[in-house]
Design a protein around this ligand. Structure first.
Ligand code: NAD
Ligand code: IPM
Ligand code: MN
Length: 353
């Protein structure tokens, strides 16, 4: 990454993606005035519409272009009922995650106001952890196949890949994060009681890596139990590390704990390289075009991006603004407020100081 003005590729995508990304870009523009943040944004129209018109998903050379010319990517969501195969989302989103080797999927689960959690009697301090989801392998490699398709003897295989290198680097990232943020417990979730081989590798790597981090407790939970404990006792979690699929599932649960998918933010990161920031939610077809989507998840994702790009104060200002809007009831309807996507975005922008 250079010291010059940072370059951001903006890929709004499908459904509510463009609506929430417009507000996120608005927040970034406001930061120019309030915090002197200079970013050069370039928009790309990759998504279902382009795929349907031109047959192009991730254009040729896109990955090289992104890694050579950009410092970060801000994206909305991919998924469209007109593309039931989800081919474009696979090529674009998973294509960037895998092709740019963005091995850390960082997903904070943080309650911004106690009224937002569906849990009873929980304070904001009780829901405050970060999930490190492995983001390049596991069940997401697309390996497998169909034999005798459409016959009664049909066989489908769907393979899960766990490499020593892949497991080690995500576990190390979780412990490094814990150490640098003063977190004292890392919980690794797996299903090693059933998935014996992958589980064996995760267990050994977790134990080995944790021995290098004195003072940080290494805690293990089976993922089914973790899903239960996240609801019953979320305060026990500080940093969670898990594989790609379990991380996907646990972070939708985590999104619910903090007030819903409209609020959850994420970063797809390879430290030192171009990295991708996006809300956890999808294209939400039922909400698309209605200006009902909550832009906060996308805006909080820009905060993660700003932090990654070295603009810590601006990132904190964005988070504060979102928190203040929630406290003031200036939200979209998913959080009980009266505002449209645009109005909610404007309110957040106005509070960035
Ligand atoms: P989804 O996240 O799009 O929506 C599920 C529900 O959550 C919505 O119906 C809505 O009630 C709520 N929701 C989501 N985002 C919201 C927001 N910003 N504000 C308010 N409410 C919000 O998940 P889905 O319905 O399972 O998937 C729809 C499509 O999106 C599918 O094609 C799926 O594959 C895709 N998807 C894409 C991504 C991504 O690109 N990162 C992530 C998840 C799902
Ligand atoms: C997410 C999404 C994606 C995933 C889909 C759209 C491929 O659910 O970002 O959480 O499973 O990773
Ligand atoms: Mn998901």
């Amino acid at each position: 990454m250079t010291n010059a003005v940072k370059r951001v590729a903006v890929v709004p995508g499908d459904g509510i993606g463009p609506e929430v990304i417009e507000e996120a870009v608005g927040a970034l523009e406001r930061l120019r005035g309030t915090h002197g943040v200079e970013l050069e944004l370039k928009h790309f129209d990759w998504g279902a519409e382009k795929f349907l018109k031109e047959g192009v998903t991730l254009p040729e050379g896109a990955l090289e272009m992104l890694s050579e010319e950009f410092d970060a990517i801000l994206s909305g969501a991919f998924g469209d009922p007109r593309v039931p195969s989800n081919q474009h989302a696979e090529d674009i989103l998973l294509g960037m995650r895998r092709g740019l080797d963005l091995y850390i999927n960082l997903r904070p689960v943080r309650l911004l106001h106690e009224r937002l959690t569906p849990l009873k009697n929980r304070a904001v301090e009780d829901v405050d952890f970060v999930v490190f989801r492995e983001n390049t392998e596991g069940a997401y490699t697309g390996m497998g196949g169909l034999l005798k398709k459409g016959t009664p003897d049909e066989i489908a295989t769907q393979e899960e890949i766990n490499t020593r290198k892949g497991v080690e680097r995500i576990v190390v990232a979780a412990f490094e994060y814990a150490r640098s943020r003063g977190r004292r417990r890392v919980t690794m979730c797996d299903k090693s009681n059933v998935q014996r081989f992958g589980g064996d590798l995760w267990q050994r790597v977790f134990k080995e890596v944790s021995s290098r981090y004195e003072g940080i407790e290494a805690n293990h939970q089976y993922v089914d139990a973790a899903a239960m404990f996240m609801v019953l006792n979320p305060a026990q979690y500080e940093v969670v590390v898990t594989n790609n699929l379990f991380g996907d599932i646990l972070t939708d649960l985590g999104a619910a704990l903090q007030g819903g998918l409209g609020l959850a933010a994420s970063g797809n990161i390879h430290p030192g390289r171009v990295s991708l920031f996006e809300p956890v939610h999808g294209s939400a077809p039922p909400l698309a075009g209605k200006s009902q989507a909550n832009p906060a998840g996308a805006i909080l994702s820009t905060a993660l991006m700003l932090e990654y790009l070295g603009h810590e104060e601006a990132a904190a200002a964005v988070e504060r603004a979102v928190r203040e809007c929630i406290a003031a009831g200036e939200t979209t309807r998913d959080l009980g407020g009266p505002l449209s996507t645009r109005e909610a975005g404007e309110k957040i922008k106005a509070r960035i100081k």
